[in-house]
Design a binder for this molecule. Structure first.
Ligand SMILES: Nc1nc2c(ncn2[C@@H]2O[C@H](COP(=O)(O)OP(=O)(O)O[C@H]3O[C@H](CO)[C@@H](O)[C@H](O)[C@@H]3O)[C@@H](O)[C@H]2O)c(=O)[nH]1
Ligand SMILES: [Mg+2]
Length: 197
């Protein structure tokens, strides 16, 4: 029995505040709290569509494949803007596994053979609808069949890095890697490295 047994949330109205690349809306909701008291709340939600990301691990070299690209929100908060991340992308209507195979190829040039679904996570559940599906795959040098680098027509400008897992973990401590999904996958890899072969 949890404290929230009696709690419920009913949407009263939704107003679209912006509707360009991603919709932003403001909701009024009637929230009945855990004591049974009803309150009218306002919540703004940014309607991000689902995404996927992947750990590409080469057990022979003990390396991971990472990508580096410009991220405007990082620049806006004064952090290093050419961020180092695991390959990731929006599903764009595909199922998560098909989408992550496509993104791995576009961004890194690696053809992924067996992919393993790990878990999904909401990245910022207080404000953003984004759900990311996390995957892992074992690769070796012969799986690199293209240069990667992203789609020219989308002006993607992506650098592909191959880094030893231990070094990538040290880059979290040093602040050189500070993207949440990347930290999660590197920590998962460190805990589960024996299963990655
Ligand atoms: N026109 C336009 N294009 C945009 C905008 N924002 C992004 N794009 C373009 O949309 C494409 C998105 O590339 P993906 O590889 O599909 O996604 P991602 O940016 O890597 O996103 C992943 O990482 C993000 C940051 O961690 C996550 O937020 C996202 O869910 C996903 O995991 C890129 O070509 C980017 O330039 C925008 O506001 N306007
Ligand atoms: Mg991407």
């Amino acid at each position: 029995m949890t404290k929230f047994e009696k709690a419920k949330a009913e949407i009263v109205s939704e107003k679209t505040l912006a509707d360009q690349w991603t919709r932003l809306s403001s909701f009024d909701l009637d929230y009945t709290d855990s004591r049974g008291e009803k309150h009218r709340l306002k919540r703004e939600v940014y309607h991000r569509t689902p995404a996927a990301c992947i750990l590409l691990y080469d057990p022979k070299r003990e390396t991971v494949v990472l990508v580096r690209q410009f991220r405007l929100p990082a620049q806006l908060v004064g952090e290093p803007a050419w961020m180092i991340e695991v390959p990731a992308g929006l599903l764009d209507g595909d199922d998560p596994e098909a989408a992550i195979r496509r993104e791995a190829m576009e961004e890194t040039g690696f053809r992924v053979r067996d992919v393993r679904f790990l878990f999904k996570a909401m990245t910022s559940p207080g404000a953003i609808t984004e759900i990311i599906h996390f995957f892992a795959a074992v690769i070796d040098t012969s799986d690199r069949v293209a240069d990667g680098g992203g789609l020219a027509e989308e002006h993607e400008d992506i650098e592909v890095l191959e880094v030893r897992l231990a070094e990538a973990m040290a880059m979290i401590e040093s602040g050189d890697i500070y993207d949440a999904k990347t930290i999660m996958l590197l920590q998962w890899a460190t805990l589960n490295v024996a299963t990655l072969r």
